[in-house]
Design a protein around this ligand. Structure first.
Ligand SMILES: CCCCC/C=C\C/C=C\C=C\[C@@H](C/C=C\CCCC(=O)O)OO
Ligand SMILES: [Fe+2]
Length: 720
């Protein structure tokens, strides 16, 4: 008789325990155990419990699986979940199971999954294996069946032509009702205007696509803690504005001070500097350390579409230099909003809105401060498209800068933030779930960086991107414009843009002083790269090991076709040929899912709460002459009261990660069980802790501390 001892951990989540019967079967190289019910006196599998346990000890019990003979090396653990008496079925969150063999060998089985309904789950020991490292037909077959099941559950959907593909939420509904469809479903569904589930709820000023929120597969759903925390962030702020009538009031703001007082308790630094002389340096500062720090390109000559002359800039540059000298020194930069030139425009509160496609020229002065030099609000120069200068009258210059801030809002929210972090990370998540089995080292590495991304994007699609959702209610381009911008953005997005060091070099911004996003981002990039490189070199010893990993290649290929629509000119790889290429690719994915999202997401309230710094819409066309702007015309150009407040609610909500956070580098789910990767994780955590200490020390001497890339404040994944 051989006795195997099992220690089963149920997750600490609400309703993680189950009343269903759980049995186990062990499969080894020398045979299979009988199916053994895991049952003890009292309640098994309660939430948060580690049920490990000798039959005799007080409160501590042990499950035993008895076999006629030893099973050899344990290959699989089958968990059977079946009906118990007349109780209705309930879900079980199984964290992990540790099996101790009769000879004392300990085998870990990471699970970290919700197990739903009555079913059998087959787990492999935690040692990560690529397909090339498996030879037993039983294990190869197991990999294949696991992926087939996942591909049935997580399917791709086309949201709009030219968009990265995303998860098809309706497939979860089909799974539950046990309907099985083809593995990939790609029905276009951008036009949901006639979707009867998209409707207004009492007191909520935009439509919500209710059905898409209802069916979320439990392994990708927000935890109860996260959902409740999101609601706790939303409800008081929303009620406060509702009671004060701000969410329903149409018309212009009467004075700037009223905008300053929208938030009583959550004021930010931006309103203080806006219309002071320091406003220009703050305007420049945001290109480096604001929510959209990816716009600047160094110029060696001016583009012909921006006919700024040396004379125009002479009063600004001073007597000791000139435009040509500054171009030669690499001190002149351009932010070009060309992508907005053809964007469709929306109506808000029944009135036509307006969009500009500015060009903003900036200079790093001898003190190292980045300052705006000139703003042209359209892409085609001419008498009706004046070049605004800091030497113009105060209101003209302020309005020109506000137009640029409106363009920043549109490009940042739609492209830098939603497209390049939320949507791309969703595609990485879906490809990872569909193409890599649980035992694959890349699955173990990436899964924590996909946590909650499908859920938050589903919420965004149901509340923001849906017809008459928030984007249609607050932005000058609406969802039609959003679809246009994202499609155009994806068509121009490259692998260089995706990899921080390459992107910074290509934009020629390595030498700008006080670029904290760059400095902190590069440190985090290197820490991620070192960690990933250790993991990759442990599992892939040669180029051939990468090239022959058919699962890995299918995963890269699927990302290339589904996220980047197979566009060769994007520079994204469609296959990987060496460990070095794999390290770069994985580092970029982890960086963008974590640090990049934090950099472009967490400051939305800080920088946007002062609405003129991030107006979501403009109500008058860009000025065609100078000298006509007044305080009144300025206020009549900014968004109306209800538009402002609905947008600020969103900023408030998404700038705070709801509870149940997992900061960068924290992996409480122990998918890796071998010593080497666990040591790499510990080294990664130490490295991030040092980066955090350095950032905090640097921040002490800054008038405006930059904390968005402080590692403990970065989430592992896009989860808000
Ligand atoms: C005011 C109530 C809105 C309810 C929304 C609930 C939660 C937010 C869910 C997801 C948010 C995701 C992203 C959205 C980012 C950009 C979308 C484009 C917005 C725009 O153009 O205005 O934020 O992290
Ligand atoms: Fe976000």
């Amino acid at each position: 008789m051989a006795v195997y001892r099992l220690c089963v951990t149920t997750g600490p989540y609400l309703k993680a325990g189950t009343l269903d019967n759980i049995s186990a079967t062990l499969v080894g190289t020398c045979g299979e155990s009988p199916k053994q019910r895991l049952d003890r006196v009292g309640r098994d599998f309660a939430s948060g419990s580690v049920s490990s346990l000798p039959l005799t000890g007080l409160g501590v019990q042990k499950y035993k699986v008895r076999c006629a003979a030893e099973l050899g090396d344990i290959l699989l653990l089958r968990l059977h979940k079946e009906r118990f008496a007349c109780f209705a079925k309930d879900s079980w969150y199984c964290s992990r199971i540790v099996v101790t063999a009769p000879d004392g060998t300990v085998v870990h089985f990471p699970c970290y999954q919700w197990v739903e309904g009555y079913c059998t789950v087959e787990l492999r020991p935690g040692t990560a294996k690529t397909i090339c490292q498996d030879s037993l037909p039983l294990l190869l077959d197991h990999r294949k069946r696991e992926l087939q099941a996942r591909q049935e559950c997580y399917r791709w959907k086309i949201y709009a032509p030219g968009f990265p593909r995303m998860v098809d939420v309706s497939s979860f509904e089909e799974m539950e009702s046990d309907k099985k469809f083809a593995l990939t479903k790609t029905a276009p569904c951008a036009d949901q205007d006639d979707n009867p589930g998209n409707r207004y709820l009492p007191c909520i000023p935009m439509k919500i696509d209710i059905p898409s929120l209802l069916h979320m597969e439990p392994n990708i759903r927000y935890s109860a803690t996260k959902t409740i925390s999101l609601l706790f962030n939303a409800i008081p702020a929303s009620l406060g504005m509702k009671i004060r009538g701000l969410l329903d009031r149409k018309g212009s703001w009467k004075k700037l001070d009223d905008i300053r007082n929208i938030f009583w308790c959550h004021k930010t630094f931006t309103s203080g500097v806006w219309n002071l002389p320091e406003g220009d340096s703050f305007f420049g500062y945001q290109y480096l350390n604001g929510v959209n720090p990816v716009m600047l390109h160094c110029l060696s000559s001016l583009p012909s579409k921006l006919p700024v002359t040396s004379d125009m800039l002479a009063p600004l540059l001073g007597p000791s230099t000139c435009l040509q000298t500054e171009l030669e020194k690499g001190n002149i930069f351009l932010a070009d909003y060309w992508i907005l030139a053809e964007a469709p425009v929306n109506c808000l509160n029944g009135r036509q809105q307006h969009v500009a496609a500015p060009l903003c020229l900036l200079w790093v002065n001898p003190q190292g401060t980045l300052l705006p030099l000139a703003i042209q609000l359209g892409q085609v120069p001419g008498p009706e498209c004046p070049i605004f200068l800091p030497t113009d009258c105060e209101w003209d210059w302020l309005l020109a800068k506000t137009w640029v801030r409106n363009s920043e809002f549109l490009v940042h929210e739609n492209n830098t933030h939603f497209l390049c972090t939320h949507l791309l990370c969703e595609a990485f998540s879906v490809a990872t779930l569909r193409q890599l089995p649980l035992c694959h080292p890349v699955y173990k590495l990436l899964l924590p960086h996909t946590r909650y991304t499908l859920q938050v994007n589903t919420i965004a699609r149901a509340t923001l991107l849906n017809p008459d959702g928030l984007v249609d209610k607050v932005t000058s381009i609406g969802r039609r414009g959003l679809i246009y911008l994202m499609r155009t953005g994806l068509a121009h997005f490259t692998y260089t843009d995706f990899c921080l060091p390459d992107s910074l070099r290509a934009r020629g911004v390595m030498h700008i002083p006080n670029y904290h996003y760059r400095d902190d981002g590069l440190k985090i990039w290197s820490a991620i790269e070192r960690f990933v490189s250790e993991i990759v070199s442990y599992y892939y010893r040669s180029d051939a090991a990468v090239q022959q990993d058919s699962e890995l290649q299918a995963w890269v290929g699927e990302i290339f076709t589904q996220a980047f629509l197979g566009r060769e000119s994007s520079g994204f790889p469609s296959r990987l040929c060496s460990p070095g290429e794999l390290v770069k690719y994985l580092s970029a994915i982890i960086f963008n899912c974590s640090a990049q999202h934090a950099a472009v997401n967490s400051g939305q309230h800080d920088f946007g709460a002062w609405m003129p710094n991030a107006p979501s819409s403009m109500r008058q066309p860009p000025p065609q002459t100078k000298g006509t702007t007044t305080m009144k015309s300025y206020l009549d150009t900014l968004p109306e009261v209800n538009v402002t407040c609905n947008n600020l609610l969103l900023f408030w909500l998404v700038s705070q990660e709801p509870k149940d956070q997992r900061p960068l580098g924290t992996y409480p789910d122990e998918h890796f069980t071998e010593e080497a990767p666990r040591q790499s994780i510990a080294a990664f955590q130490n490295c991030l802790a040092q980066i955090s200490r350095d950032i905090r020390e640097r921040n002490q001497s800054l008038a405006l501390p930059y904390a968005y890339l402080d590692p403990p404040l970065i989430e592992n994944s896009v989860s808000i």
